[in-house]
Each structure stands twice: as structure tokens, then as C-alpha cells.
Design a protein around this ligand. Sequence first.
Ligand code: F6R
Length: 243
Amino acid sequence: MFHTRFIVAENAQEAGALAADIFENLINVKPACVLGLATGSSPLPIYAELIKREKEGKIDFSRVRSVNLDEYKGLAPDHEQSYRYFMQENLFNHISIKPENTTVPDGLATDVDAMCKAYEERIEEWGGIDLQLLGIGHDGHIAFNEPEDHFPKMTHEVKLTEMTIEANKRFFNSADEVPKSAFTMGIGTIMNAKKIVMIVTGAGKKEILKKSFWGNVDPQVPASILQLHPDVTVVCDKDAYPF
Ligand code: F6R
């Protein structure tokens, strides 16, 4: 079993800054690195920090490449709830990353198999993901890999669970508007990343954090697979830390 590193911050803001340090260090030693990025509330303080740090001249995104974890099926890139739109609004539009160096699954893909295959190929062509950022769902999902009887390997289509639809409806007018399916990197794609940083904040995540890193490795708790990755850092706040 590998040892997951835990960094416990005072609050979400500080957790964001501490996680941003890991990104800053990597970008400075490897300017053309490949970042795996996430959406959701948890990464927002990190993205705000990274934007600020580039403006201050501490980092340079002009050669960085990125690949996102997931996208809702059926949402166009300019749909306000699409993950492409989220990334543009919360990070890409404010940093020097080149548009052609950013990748989010195509929510409108009609040939799903071809899109998923091309997604994996792009990651491989770029030499793999140097640093993958993750959040965690209340059911232990990472990206959109929901609890299942196995760990899905590569980028694929998933049906979202009621729990995830419920959790994500806060961004839509109603639960009915939340797409029922999504495209997501697989657990295998994530496990292939050279380094993983997970950001977890708020008391609501305490229980699942404990289950994921102090419980059994079990596909019913997808994040528990991270116990088998050699380089995982969890940056959490005091409220989310189980001890
Ligand atoms: C986002 C993603 C999801 C979120 C998770 C936690 O790209 O893949 O797995 O990381 O749902 O979301 P928040 O941070 O909003 O609690």
C-alpha cells in the first residue's frame, strides 16, 4: 500500500493556495507540462490563485497543455452549465494557455466510441498527464466514475446516479435539466497520471474522505483506488479532515 500525503489547511482558501503551490512548482520546472483539470466548486480557489500568480509573473501558462476529466453529454461548449464553459470562465479566459492546448470531452459527440478513443490518444501523444487534479463526490466518485462493481478503465460514457444529479442540480433550474449521462476519463486514465492532487473541503466531505483513504479499496467507493497510486496528495481543510 502506498502512503497518501495529507495537507490540512485552515480553510478552503488556504487549501486552494497550498494546492496551487504544487501546480506552480510543476509549471516552473516543466513549462510544457500536461495538467489534468477538474470542474466543480472545490477547484475554484486553486484556479483563482493560479490566475493571480500568472498576473504576478510567478507562472506562465503559455506552453502548458490541459485535459479535463469530464463533460455532460448533450451540452454544447457554449452552454452555461457545460464543463467547457466552466473552464473558460473560471480559468482559461484569464491565463495565457493556448486554446488549442486545452481539451475537454466533446459533449455533442455522436460517435462516442471514436471520441473516447481520440481522447485517450491525445493524452498518450502528449506523453501522459503530469499532474491530475481531482475533487471527490459525496458517494466517492472521481470524475464521473460512479460506484460500480468494477473500476472502469478508460474514457467512456456513464449514466449519472440520482445522488450526483441531486448534487449537481444546484447549477441548473431543476433536477430535470441536469443531463442524465456524461463522458468521463476512466479510473485507468486517472491512475495513469504521474501525480495526483485531490482537493477536498467542507464538513460534508469528511465521511467519504475517511471511507476512501482509510477503508477498503472497493469499486463501490471509486476514490479508494487512489490508495494504490504511488503519488497522491490530498489537500483538505480542517472541516473535511476526519481526525
Ligand atoms: C468535476 C468532477 C467531479 C467533482 C465532484 C466534486 O470535473 O469530475 O467528480 O470533482 O463531483 O464536486 P464539488 O467540488 O463541486 O464538490
